[in-house]
Write a protein that binds this ligand. Structure first.
Ligand code: C2E
Ligand code: MG
Ligand code: MG
Length: 591
């Protein structure tokens, strides 16, 4: 009478086989009725109907959990932990099966009640006949098969045939309920293809679709049939792996998927490559509810991306601390942009040939009542990711020009201001207009503005960068390559770029003068600058020994804590005042 199936063929929600035996679970505390029903079905001698009997609530649940092919439930609506509870539980566990109410002749309005609970039919205990039972069973199961075939259409992704996004949420919730009931673990994986947009953009959407189909097939092939695969849309997939998977098992699956997905594709005669980043969160350690588990798997996926893609990462609670801070900073940044909460500090740059401070570098700060002062190294990358960098950049440029224009009143009418520009901002088609507007609206002379770019500004499209730099030079605006030596500047590109300064990165200054490597690099950058007719400035100069070394090598300017830490705008006049009296600074500037 019972047929054991190994594992699950497909997830429970889709577990109503369209053909095959009708497996009936008789769930009632009325043991006599259960025995009669069972005997009656046996008598039918129908080899396509099989029965299980469960007389307690726990039996029902474990029977459902073990035998995912249950096709029909015959249950009474008795109060307590049977009837209705059974139905609710079956639903929560993701069993979409028809049920037949088993009622007693004494229960009046049995048909109305059955209807109310969504029953497919009802049987009256006192009037059970084999024919009646068979009719009710076949009719309910057949009708359910037809309607669920229709609803299945709404469950799947058209392109890949995998479960779609809305099904994913339901499947995960149900799987968590099952895992909780059985005290089992459950693994959720978030997959995102790497650089899929590039394939789409270069080979076209049709090719992109073909690739997605193939990727879906390969992912499916890596898994057991009981594992659920969903496509959330675009190039995002999720996997729900049930069963007692250890971290090691999960890692093995992830590795398999990574390998399969990254193998070359030959589609329509064209070869292409794609890889995938995977984030993994495990119930219950990684979260106990579906929404948090999803978020945490997603966080782990981003971590995998930031580790260089084509790898997998498990969620750990430290991620969520980092993620919480990230969200808090993004919120603080939006608030600061709307209500004012950004400020600039200024760090003096000393021109060694003229022996005086000729410029101040504007360094942005995010001030927040709860977070305190957030350094740019932390919030600029977040601003870039959140698409806020243009607003930050515009504010910095406007504010720096405005404050610098005001320095004339403090006797600093020649003082230049250096402004850091992010690569995204620099690549905006209207960057020249933005700069011109900032200068015009504040009245700052273009000669008093320097822009600090990094090598990454120039790497993508050196011709476009050269065109913008040429226009800036024609306007009179100066430019520096910041953090020089840490990027991938090609000398061929560098020699064509009309920039004014190379700024030696702090990491090469810190080891001076003792580190032979740093000494060689700093000396080489100064030499390179001079031979290209540029000037060299060193940042992060903290000691007199560093200063003396740089000066002896012909470095044109220095900036760093030796002179001053970044200053509040209000403290600038006072600092200049003090500097004139400071013995060390007098020596340095006089030298
Ligand atoms: P950067 O442009 O290379 O700025 C120099 C950084 O070194 C500043 O950090 C400065 O405070 C720090 N510094 C200066 N002298 C010394 C020293 O002697 N020793 C040490 N250890 N550090 C020193 P800050 O202000 O935290 O800025 C970090 C980075 O954030 C900047 O590097 C720049 O890349 C970026 N940044 C700052 N302001 C802006 C901005 O307005 N827009 C953009 N896009 N980026 C900015
Ligand atoms: Mg800078
Ligand atoms: Mg720098």
């Amino acid at each position: 009478m019972t047929v054991e199936t190994e594992g699950l063929d497909s997830p429970p929600v889709a577990a109503n086989p369209h053909s095959g035996p009708i497996r009936v679970l008789i769930a009632t505390g009325d043991e006599i009725a259960a025995a009669r029903l069972n005997a009656m079905i046996d008598e039918l001698d129908a080899d396509d109907i099989e029965t299980d009997v469960a007389t307690t609530f726990d039996d029902v649940v474990s029977s459902l959990m073990q035998r995912h092919h249950t096709a029909c439930l015959i249950s009474d609506l008795a109060c307590g932990r049977s009837g209705i509870d059974v139905l609710r539980e079956a639903d929560a566990l993701g069993f979409d099966i028809p049920f037949i109410v088993l009622g007693s002749a004494r229960e009046r309005e049995l048909d109305r009640k059955a209807l109310h609970y969504g029953a497919a039919d009802y049987l009256v205990k006192e009037r059970l006949t084999a024919d009646e039972v068979e009719r009710a069973l076949r009719f309910s199961v057949e009708r359910h098969r037809t309607t669920s075939a229709l609803s299945r259409l709404a469950m799947f992704d058209d392109l890949t045939g995998l479960y779609n996004r809305s099904m994913f949420h339901e499947l995960l919730r149900n799987a968590i309920t099952r895992a909780r009931r059985a005290s089992r673990r459950l693994t959720l994986m978030f997959l995102d293809l790497d650089r899929f947009k590039y394939v789409n953009d270069t080979l076209g959407h049709r090719y992109g679709d073909l690739l997605l189909k193939e990727v879906a097939k390969r992912i499916r092939a890596c898994l057991r049939e009981s594992d659920m695969v969903c496509r959330l849309g675009g190039d995002e997939f999720t996997l729900i792996l049930e069963g007692a998977l250890s971290h090691m098992d999960a890692a093995t699956v992830a590795r398999k998927v990574l390998t399969q997905v990254s193998a070359p594709y030959l589609l329509e005669g064209k070869e292409c490559f794609v890889s995938v980043s995977i984030g993994i969160a495990v119930y219950p350690e990684g979260a106990e509810d579906a929404d948090t588990l999803i978020r945490n798997a997603d966080l782990a996926m981003y971590r995998a991306k930031s580790k260089g893609r084509a790898c997998f990462e498990f969620f750990t609670p430290e991620f969520s601390d980092a993620a919480r801070r990230r969200v808090a900073i993004e919120d603080a940044l939006r608030e600061a942009l709307d209500k004012g909460g950004l400020s600039l500090m200024y760090q003096p740059q000393l021109d060694l040939r003229q022996g005086r401070i000729t410029a101040l570098e504007a360094l942005v700060r995010l001030n927040h009542p709860a977070l305190g002062v957030v350094p740019p190294s932390e919030f600029i990358p977040i601003a870039e990711e959140a698409g806020l960098i243009h607003r930050v950049g515009d504010w910095v440029l406007g504010q720096a020009c405005r404050e610098a224009a005001g320095w004339a009143d403090q006797g600093l009418d020649q003082m230049r201001v250096a402004v850091n520009v992010s690569p995204r901002q620099f690549q905006q088609p209207d960057i020249i207009e933005t700069i011109r507007t900032a200068l015009d609206s504040t009245g700052l002379a273009p000669e008093r503005l320097d822009l600090e770019l990094t090598e990454s500004h120039l790497a993508g499209d050196p011709d476009a960068a050269a065109a913008v730099l040429t226009r800036l030079r024609a306007m009179g605006v100066g430019t520096a390559i910041d953090d020089f030596g840490t990027g991938y500047s090609s000398l061929a590109v560098l020699k064509r770029l009309p920039v004014s300064w190379l700024k030696i990165d702090r990491s090469f200054v810190s080891g001076l003068p003792n580190s032979a490597d740093d000494a060689a690099i700093a000396t080489a950058i100064i030499g390179l600058a001079h031979s290209l007719n540029l000037r060299a400035i060193a940042e992060g100069v903290e000691t007199e020994a560093q200063f003396r070394f740089l000066r002896s090598r012909g470095c044109d300017a220095i900036q760093g804590y030796l002179l001053a830490e970044p200053l509040n705008a209000d403290d600038i006049p006072l600092w200049f005042e003090r500097m004139r009296r400071d013995e060390l600074l007098r020596q340095i500037t006089a030298a």
